[in-house]
Design a protein around this ligand. Structure first.
Ligand SMILES: [Ca+2]
Length: 529
């Protein structure tokens, strides 16, 4: 990695105007004939003569699935006119196994799945190992259309040298994200609406604490809320204007700060949660609460409030309630975020997922670029999300789609090659997620989408930035986490100890890391604009 990343430092010199040069490359791209005289325009086949591509990627996470023979995967290659030659590495150790092979240029694969999918702080790109795809945009009509329609992802994919190296898969990022959920039966029993504000929440939690909500004759066995420690920042940070989930955040002028070092709002956040703790509204052992414990409590009808990933709503929480009848009226139901002095929001996630690059040593760079372009087109995404019509899904009279009986068998569907993100740039879809959850859950998701805010963006790091952040960030996070708990539990005093907390962050190089985040964010904004 050392020799590899040195090249990155050298290349970083020509970083200026990255965003603009990508836009120029997009605007100037036009379909051209390849060396065989065939012009690819975005649909299959991608070549005039049958071709072969070597692909280094990941086995399925289902051990019984041979993704290289899965019908959906084969269909895409067949339509492209390409025969794949696979070099598949084990799913669980892909990062470990693939990284040294890639770093030492030890593979002759034409297309490589990047082992660091989703974490651009792990430097790989500027190594001279991957082809700058923007130089081949003439062969990538689907990709440049997608980039034009996705400015945030385009900016995130633009490396500091101004090039784009990868075709990404994508996650659902504004849907099915973590949210606040209430036991609807308890809410109705209390005669209250879902709280909009922190004050209303406190009032509701007190009611849940003091009344026999589960009707077992004992008014003291109710736990007002069961929220795991890692979700407190999601639940309460936004009401104080903080994105504690991302940690670093930028204001509307583009100034970057570390939310855990905000001497005004973060202090108020801690004081608020400390007051919940003191009142018994946040339970004494909140730090050790895990999802299994939350599920156990819900199954015993002991708790009224949860905060978790959206999928838990109908798939893990509502379904264990003793009286759940499949409707929202008897379930754990997601609601809008809480507001305080600031209007609440939910923190979404970045959409970039598994990425694929073209090996600079490939003898078939044009063909590899065309294949990646074809593999990410909408037509192929339909295969990834639904499979093949008549086999895994049918189209209903109203135009919506449903899985067939076979398609509803998850083992069969996995073997068929659904969502083959290990080997192809597959995108998750909201529509395909909607049919997996209860209908009321899909409706709530659609309502909550408006509250999702984009988290700190994925921004490719230079080697130097990455080294510095990796050196200091673990300590900074650990100090923040230790103090957070101590302040919430009243073991440390906000009036007396907050200043020494800030000095401790400072002595662990917070300013240096914040400065790097600022530089990266400036670069992101430049690529975005
Ligand atoms: Ca009770």
């Amino acid at each position: 990695m050392v020799s590899v990343t040195m090249a990155g430092v050298l290349l970083a010199g020509c970083a200026a105007g990255g965003g603009r040069s990508i836009d120029d490359a997009i605007q100037n791209a036009k379909p051209v004939a390849d060396s065989t005289g065939y012009t690819y325009t975005g649909t299959g086949p991608i070549t005039g003569e049958p071709g072969t591509l070597k692909i280094m990627a990941q086995e399925s996470n289902y051990s019984f699935v041979d993704i290289s023979t899965a019908p959906i995967v084969l269909k895409v290659f067949e339509e492209a006119g390409i025969t794949p030659e696979w070099q598949l590495l084990p799913y669980d150790s892909y990062e470990e196994d693939a990284s040294p092979i890639i770093s030492s240029a030890g593979t002759n694969a034409d297309i490589i799945k990047i082992p660091d999918s989703g974490d651009p702080n792990q430097v790989y790109i500027k190594s001279g190992l991957f082809v700058p795809l923007d130089e081949y945009f003439d062969y990538m009509p689907n990709f440049i259309k997608w980039l034009s329609e996705h400015p945030v992802e385009k900016a995130e994919l633009t490396a500091e040298d101004g090039h784009i190296y990868y075709v990404p898969g994508t996650n659902v990022a504004d849907d099915y994200q973590p949210c606040l959920m209430y036991n609807q039966v308890w809410l109705d029993k209390a005669g209250m609406e879902a709280p909009d504000t922190l004050d209303e929440l406190v009032e509701l939690l007190r009611y849940f604490r003091d009344n026999d909500m589960n009707g077992n004759g004992d008014a003291s066995d109710e736990i007002p809320m069961s929220v795991m420690k890692e979700f407190l920042p999601y639940m309460f940070g936004p009401a104080f204007g903080l994105d504690l989930v991302s940690g670093f955040q930028a204001d509307d002028k583009g100034k970057v700060t570390y939310a855990y070092a905000d001497s005004e709002n973060y202090k108020k956040y801690l004081a608020f949660i400390n007051s919940l703790y003191e009142e018994g509204l946040l339970e004494k052992d909140y730090e050790t609460l895990d999802r299994d414990m939350v599920i156990d409590r819900i199954s015993k009808d002991l708790t009224g409030v949860a905060f978790d990933f959206s999928w838990a709503m109908s798939m893990m929480y509502s379904n264990v309630l003793p009286y759940y009848d499949g409707t929202a009226a008897t379930g754990f139901v997601g609601v809008a975020p809480l507001s305080g002095e600031n209007t609440g929001f939910y923190v979404g996630r970045n959409s970039l997922a598994g990425m694929f690059g073209v090996n600079v040593n490939s003898g078939r760079i044009e063909l590899a670029c065309k294949f990646l372009d074809y593999a990410m087109c909408d037509h192929c995404q339909n295969y990834y999300q639904w499979g093949i019509e008549g086999e895994s899904f049918v189209t209903n009279a109203d135009g919506s789609r449903s899985y067939t009986e076979k398609g509803n068998d998850n083992d069969w569907l996995q073997s068929f090659g659904i969502n083959p993100a290990f080997v192809l740039p597959a995108a998750q879809s909201v529509e395909a997620t909607d049919i997996l959850v209860a209908p009321w859950h899909a409706e709530i998701n659609a309502e909550l989408r408006q509250y999702i805010r984009h988290p700190w963006p994925d921004i490719y790091a230079t080697t130097k930035e990455s080294d510095t952040v990796n050196l200091y960030m673990a300590d900074i996070q650990s100090i923040a986490s230790d103090y957070e708990t101590a302040f919430i539990k009243g073991e440390k005093n906000l009036e007396g100890d907050f200043e020494s907390y800030l000095s401790e962050l400072e002595s662990h190089h917070l300013s240096e890391v914040t400065e790097i985040r600022q530089t990266q964010y400036d670069r992101y904004l430049e690529a975005l604009n």
